[in-house]
Write a protein that binds this ligand. Sequence first.
Ligand code: 5RP
Length: 264
Amino acid sequence: MDWGMNNRMAKLFRPDTGRAVWLAIDHGYFLGPVSKLEDPGRTIKPLVEFTDALMLTRGVLRNCVSAQIDIPVILRVSGGNSIAGPALSNEGIQTSMEEAIRLNASAVAISIYVGTEHEHETLMALGQLVNEGQRYGIPVLAVTAVGKELEKRDARYLGLCCRIAAELGAQAVKTYYCEDFGKVVKACPVPLVIAGGPKLKTEVDALKLAHDAIKEGARGVDMGRNIWQSDNAVGMIKAIRGIVHDGIAVKEAIKILEGSKQKK
Ligand code: 5RP
């Protein structure tokens, strides 16, 4: 890897732990104003100090985030679909590499839709983005998107998606936790981070998810709703940080969560 690419990767994955807690706030690019993310600037204000990187679109970055912010940006560059449209998989590169460099992005992110009618286009778009990323030293994060079909999240399908993303050159892959997640990790030669998915029933469920994913080899989380849709968002991100960077047990993470509630 060239120096620039290495340096950006070192900003994204903390060199002392090799792991990462990224905060995903890119949901609006196809979901519109998701609950608790209506005003992204307000949502992230108490959370940024506990975040290793922010994943978002150029529109939210330019309009809702101060340019003085001191954390890396993972720029969501794919889009062109919406929850109201006929096919969520109909997504392409929407923001250029030149724009990502102008915005000082540390990485770009793109969704791939394996097994859908738009599989080919999204995989070709990933290849194109990797070619451009290699030219300028910008890592590409491939997101193994499932659209509305959440039931697709099993080790066989996610293992296929993650391996394809790595084979096509993505420097990191974001996927979902699933049963037998260790198999997905083992067959993917680049770092894997997990999304949280829709908000789980309880905060403890989300902490368990993060804990199990790390135990089985994930290099971090790129979570959104299970953090900022919680009434104790700061407690959640602090507890997840403990799990990811300090390797604490769920029981310890719950103490951090509860402690943060009392301080409110
Ligand atoms: C959408 C995304 C989101 O960033 C991702 O799903 C993470 O957020 P959450 O933890 O809320 O699922 O990539 O395609």
